[in-house]
Design a protein around this ligand. Structure first.
Ligand code: HEC
Length: 115
């Protein structure tokens, strides 16, 4: 069998790749191309909320269904809940999930839209 030698790409390939990665990372970090609610919808999957909650037919029903949670709470109280469940309910079973303020904002906007 013949050994395969991988050609070393010219340096500009790596540079272009790095630039693209930085552009992608900052777009994701600042959510420039995404509304807060769209970002929240994506985070709902990424942060594993579906592991305990359902929205419509999706998810696992071990925690309250969130299909209409937006008619139950305000966006502000939803954000507070996500930041620190125990602050609103001392015996909360829901774990505090690590997220940035911006992510909590996006998730709260998404949840508030579920009416
Ligand atoms: C390990 C399971 C678990 C995960 C993961 C989880 N939750 Fe919860 N969540 C709960 C439980 C249990 C409750 C019920 C309140 C309590 O903690 O006793 C709850 C309550 C809520 C409520 C209030 C619902 C109501 O009707 O009062 C919201 C909103 C909520 N969760 C959103 C989320 C979001 C958004 C995520 C993802 C970032 C998430 N949860 C992840 C278990 C979970």
């Amino acid at each position: 069998m013949r050994a395969r030698v991988r050609a070393v790409p010219p340096p500009w390939v790596a540079l272009a790749g790095a630039a693209a990665a930085i552009a992608l990372a900052s777009a994701a970090a600042y959510g420039q191309d995404e509304s807060p609610a769209a970002q929240g919808k994506r985070l709902f999957t990424e942060q594993g909320c579906y592991g305990c909650h359902t929205v419509g037919k999706m998810g696992t029903a071990i925690a309250p269904d969130l299909s209409h949670v937006g008619s139950k709470y305000t966006e502000t109280s939803l954000r507070g809940w996500l930041r620190e469940p125990k602050a609103q309910k001392p015996r909360a079973h829901m774990p505090k999930i690590e997220m940035t303020e911006k992510e909590a904002q996006g998730l709260a906007a998404y949840l508030a839209s579920l009416k």
